[in-house]
Design a binder for this molecule. Sequence first.
Ligand SMILES: CCCCCCCCCCC/C=C/C(=O)SCCNC(=O)CCNC(=O)[C@H](O)C(C)(C)COP(=O)(O)OP(=O)(O)OC[C@H]1O[C@@H](n2cnc3c(N)ncnc32)[C@H](O)[C@@H]1OP(=O)(O)O
Length: 396
Amino acid sequence: MAGVAGRLARRWCSGALRSPLQITRFPALQLHVCGPAMRASQKDFENAMNQVKLLKKDPGNEVKLKLYALYKQATEGPCNVPKPGVLDFINKAKWDAWHALGSLPKETARQNYVDLVSSLSASSESSGQVTPAADRKQPGSDALVVTSRDGITTITLNRPDKKNALTPQMYHDIMLALEAASKDDSAITVLTGNGDYYCSGNDLTNFTDIPPGEVEERARSGAVLLRDFVDCFIDFPKPLVAVVNGPAVGISVTLLGLFDIVYATDRATFHTPFSHLGQSPEGCSSYTFPKMMGPSKATEMLVFGKKLTAREACTQGLVTEVFPDSTFQKEVWVRLKAYSKLPPNAMRISKQVIRNREKEKLHAINAEESSILQERWLSDECMNAIVNFLSKKAKL
Ligand SMILES: CCCCCCCCCCC/C=C/C(=O)SCCNC(=O)CCNC(=O)[C@H](O)C(C)(C)COP(=O)(O)OP(=O)(O)OC[C@H]1O[C@@H](n2cnc3c(N)ncnc32)[C@H](O)[C@@H]1OP(=O)(O)O
């Protein structure tokens, strides 16, 4: 019996008991929770298989054999393969466990498997698969996709036809997704973009269709939104990784100073055309950029809107590492999967040791930047720049 645990564990990890990529599109971010009285769906079964791989405590050989038997019964039906020889201890033990289930229906075996895993998870505090509570309300749109796999929660900007420009709904949804990710079982959290851009920054149409008497109120509420949004990044407790899959503009660049790691494709560029837009720096960049690259390089970016290549951004400390575009996704995800297996509590605590020292300062800077921007949004310079962009006169 000694090798059964190892064999089963290898089998669990080999993909033989396949785990689905759990994709959630807001607003349907819900775990399929299956109580004992309900019938387990195929999705519940697959989720349970996934959870088994993430159990922290070894459940012991007896339980593993039970899981194996229920899995075989649920997927193949009653055991009718030849009995292994008496000296083939491992396979005989597995055969015995499966055979003992007799003619138990597949659906019942599936349900029993889900129930057993659920009881093991409760007592073992499983890690890895995202298990957002079903009652956590997640309003939103298709412009954000949240996936959970291998201990990594990935938040993907999904508005590729608009270069992933950020709408107010997306700001709200990102905040909700970060809040959920901070509490889920994942070890690290990733922000990335779908399509050829990482993100083109604030959606400039956010400034349109404002009735004349409401401009000031909209600027005020915009500043509150900005402040709350950036606060979520300052306070995020787990390692936060930006997977920069293409060019980045505006707030998507400034926020990188609040990430723990920034991986970029060599196709990415980084620019913050704030002056061109009659605006001013946000995302704590007025502090993080001079700190990381020195005041004059920061001024080139934040005041003059200089566009950096990925390699230049790496030299300036804004990007952690640059990868060839052809191997970017593969290399980055291999790396992140390895990191996600490190002890999550240790990573959290280490991040906090690094971040806590500066938190108060960052919050104060965020408040100040937001309030300066509130004024800027009311300026002629800003209005004219936005009208120019929207009338296609200016590409920034
Ligand atoms: C008072 C209200 C307050 C509201 C709430 C505020 C909340 C916080 C605000 C925080 C402050 C943030 C500041 C910033 O982020 S500043 C940076 C803003 N971004 C830009 O200036 C980029 C503008 N876009 C471009 O310059 C180009 O589109 C780009 C270089 C990104 C790509 O050029 P390309 O030629 O490759 O592609 P297109 O221009 O044809 O783009 C395709 C379509 O996407 C639309 N698009 C792209 N970016 C934006 C954007 N930022 N906002 C709105 N729309 C965008 C573009 O118009 C095209 O659309 P159509 O196909 O319909 O023409």
